[in-house]
Design a protein around this ligand. Structure first.
Ligand code: SF4
Ligand code: SF4
Length: 479
């Protein structure tokens, strides 16, 4: 095989540009294709859509809060995730989750390239459905091209109109579903359709509907090529061992290049003897590509690694009875004849960091306190001299019961000799399941001329809390 190896290095990725720096858009009419990767993509899509659209309706019994499995309750400032309740003080879990997601993305991209783009990205999933709708209404690729080139007839108006109505319906459903995560879905959906929902719910629905319609229906591949930052910085994560969708140029072109299945070149052997490769230049791989590129020109930045061109070419090879794999997932190193190296410092580093971050987050969730306590000294006045000469300090005690059962609390003072704790009219502190409470505490003790700030601790004991909580505070004395 004499042909040069294709360069798969991401530094050779190219976006054809005009002088203005952007490419004039060429309409893309992706053709449908059957195959193992297409089936895999449909399966992922069904799971993703099923999860997204059904999750707000999944009920999950919990006391003192809406029984919705996943609920971002802004009013009570709680995030309910099945049995886990996330409070504002635990918002760092979200940061931890985002770090883990980013590390996972880096790790997977380093090994398997842009599989996230091709299989899991919202843009890809929603664009797939929009293209499916377009195909169902307007027909396969040739019919859609003909329709676009034809004049405006009643048939064209109907087909185009129906396509946009269906796109808008999916976009609206997407927007409404997103909003249902932020309130109790069975009630919020009724409020939405009876004009009683909050303004923010309508604004969010409208925004999501518009962006889904524009991104998945109108902009499509332009989002991946020009708007998504991930496409730009992925080259930093690619190396010679990264799996990419690659055309086997040596096999496809041989010495004289590709050629159609013309007379005398219909058998593989005839072609090889004549110096032609296995690519029969059918163009099927280009026609199925959702970003409209020709993978035979080498890896390009527009490629989202969806593998539909692999399915297309495999179908052609199968029909000819030739081996599959003219287009396949491969690495540059493997194409050069060496074994890809997966266990290298970069991948191991990502894997270890990912594992550590995951363990840390899980540990933080499992060991999180079931009772949040904060004490703030009342500073105006800092102290009061009582008629019997004793000094009194006041404190605001903020309690947050994160358990699903009510708590009964005992509070005492530790570290102040002869101090008396006064809970006012409250005899016993009870706090409901998943409730917050503020209590004013007063501490009295004889005057001490030695110090102006005496450290001590409030000790809070509760049923269901393993160890009494000790909260440090200061007692202020007059000078
Ligand atoms: S070139 Fe192939 S893998 Fe890349 S976007 Fe097009 S069809 Fe998908
Ligand atoms: S589908 Fe395969 S045979 Fe057809 S043009 Fe593409 S690479 Fe060549």
């Amino acid at each position: 095989m004499d042909g040069p190896l294709p360069s798969l290095c991401m530094t050779n990725m190219s976006v054809p540009v005009n002088q203005g720096g952007t490419q004039a858009r060429i309409p893309i009419y992706p053709r449908s294709v059957k195959g193992r990767f297409r089936r895999l993509k449909w399966a992922i899509l069904v799971i993703a859509y099923g999860t997204y659209f059904m999750l707000p309706w999944l009920q999950w019994e919990r006391s003192g809060a809406a029984s919705q499995a996943l609920l971002f309750d802004i009013t009570s400032r709680r995030f309910y995730l099945f049995d886990l309740v996330v409070h504002p003080s635990e918002i760092f879990w979200l940061a931890g989750f985002l770090v883990i997601a980013a590390l996972l993305l880096f790790f997977v991209t380093g090994i398997a390239g842009r599989v996230f783009c091709g299989y899991f990205c919202f843009q890809t999933l929603w664009t797939d459905v929009f293209i499916k709708i377009e195909r169902l209404v307007q027909g396969e690729r040739p019919a859609r091209i003909r329709l676009d080139k034809s004049g405006w007839t009643a048939d064209k108006l109907f087909k185009k109109g129906l396509t946009h109505v269906l796109w808008l319906s999916v976009a609206l459903l997407t927007g409404i579903t997103f909003v249902l995560y932020w309130g109790y879905a069975p009630e919020l959906v009724v409020q939405l359709f009876t004009g009683q929902a909050p303004f923010a719910a309508y604004a969010t629905t409208l925004f999501l509907t518009a962006t889904t319609y524009v991104m998945a229906g109108l902009a499509r591949e332009q989002v991946c090529t020009y708007m998504c930052p991930y496409a730009r910085f992925q080259s930093a994560m690619f190396d010679k061992d990264t799996l990419i969708v690659a055309y086997d140029r040596q096999r496809g072109e041989s010495q004289l290049g590709r050629n159609k299945l013309v007379k005398g070149l219909k058998q593989q052997q005839q072609r090889h003897q004549a110096g032609y490769g296995d690519c029969v230049d059918c163009g099927f791989c280009v026609q199925v590509c959702p970003t409209g590129i020709d993978i035979r020109d080498g890896l390009q930045i527009q490629c989202i690694s969806c593998a539909l061109c692999i399915d297309a070419c495999d179908n052609i090879m199968d029909s000819l009875g030739w081996p599959r794999g003219l287009i396949k997932y491969d690495s540059e190193r493997h194409q050069e004849g060496s074994k890809p190296r997966l266990f290298k410092a970069k991948n191991i580093g990502y894997a270890v960091t990912l594992l550590l971050a995951t363990v840390l987050l899980v540990w933080s969730v499992i060991t999180s306190s079931t009772l949040d306590v904060a004490v703030q000294q009342v500073r105006q006045p800092l102290y009061v001299v009582l008629s019997d000469g004793q000094i009194q300090n006041s404190y605001m005690l903020k309690l947050n019961n994160k358990q699903k059962v009510p708590l009964s609390l005992d509070i005492s003072v530790q570290g102040l000799d002869d101090a008396v704790l006064d809970l006012g009219r409250v005899r016993h502190i009870e706090i409901g399941a998943d409730q917050s409470l503020q209590v004013r505490l007063r501490v009295r003790m004889p005057r001490d001329t030695g110090q102006t700030q005496i450290p001590f601790a409030f000790v809070i004991d509760a049923d269901g809390v393993e160890q009494p909580l000790s909260v440090p505070a200061f007692f202020s004395m007059p000078r």
